[in-house]
Design a binder for this molecule. Structure first.
Ligand SMILES: CC(C)(COP(=O)(O)OP(=O)(O)OC[C@H]1O[C@@H](n2cnc3c(N)ncnc32)[C@H](O)[C@@H]1OP(=O)(O)O)[C@@H](O)C(=O)NCCC(=O)NCCS
Length: 191
């Protein structure tokens, strides 16, 4: 009889706020996801070789206006592995901000390439909206995100999640992005 495998097949996924100690693992995860050539979301564009560096992530994790949620899998042996993340930032008349007040901006949305297409992205998105409503519901009106021009696969998915194009475009580091908006008045939050 072959030996019983030690690795665990089933693991549970949870979502928590990132801390400064997560910086290196987050950096690896984000760059792997954005740089993956096997990702369904990258099928129609050239993946980014480096989306973020460790210095930027350390700064981000110290920024009290920005919050990173991370999805983790804990094996039955108790070991935690980071499998996804999403950043949310509350925009409240911040100087120089290009978004309307009472909105959140979502970015650094990533699932580890080995775990894409398993529902982790949708889970993170929903959790980000839940958290935003919990923290800022009295004032919150909409969520915004940017999608790079010609990324039709991911654009289609965001439309399924309730985003609409605002028609606005912005350019950063020589790349063109479409600005998408989703109303998140408390009563409209998905269940
Ligand atoms: C975008 C991303 C975070 C989504 O995470 P994910 O864990 O793959 O998302 P999910 O598993 O929840 O699947 C998302 C949807 O894609 C669909 N999907 C899965 N495989 C697919 C494929 N091969 N082609 C098209 N759609 C596919 C799923 O059916 C699902 O749709 P549903 O929610 O209506 O069921 C992830 O793909 C990623 O990290 N991509 C690279 C980084 C990136 O592009 N970030 C966003 C920048 S705007």
């Amino acid at each position: 009889m072959p030996p019983f495998p030690h690795h665990k097949i089933q693991a549970s996924i949870s979502v928590r706020q990132a801390t400064a100690r997560d910086a290196q693992e987050l950096c690896n995860l984000i760059n792997q996801a954005y740089g993956s050539t096997s990702s369904w979301a990258n099928a129609d564009h050239t993946p980014q070789s480096q989306r973020v560096n460790l210095h930027e992530l350390n700064d981000l994790l110290l920024n009290t206006r920005k919050h990173l949620l991370v999805a983790t899998i804990t094996s039955c042996g108790g070991q935690e592995k980071m499998v996804g993340c999403i950043q949310l930032e509350y925009c409240k008349n911040c100087p120089g901000c290009r978004l309307p007040p009472q909105s959140i901006f979502l970015s650094l949305f990533a699932t580890h390439p080995d775990h894409q297409g398993q529902g982790i992205g949708r889970l993170l998105f929903q959790r980000a909206l839940d958290v935003a409503v919990e923290w800022w519901s009295d004032e919150l009106e909409a969520a915004y995100l940017w999608v790079m021009d010609q990324r039709q696969a991911i654009m289609n998915w965001y439309m399924k999640l309730g985003f609409e194009s605002t028609g606005a475009k912005c350019e950063t580091e020589g790349k063109l992005y479409h600005v998408l908006r989703k109303s998140i008045l408390a009563r409209e939050v998905p269940v």
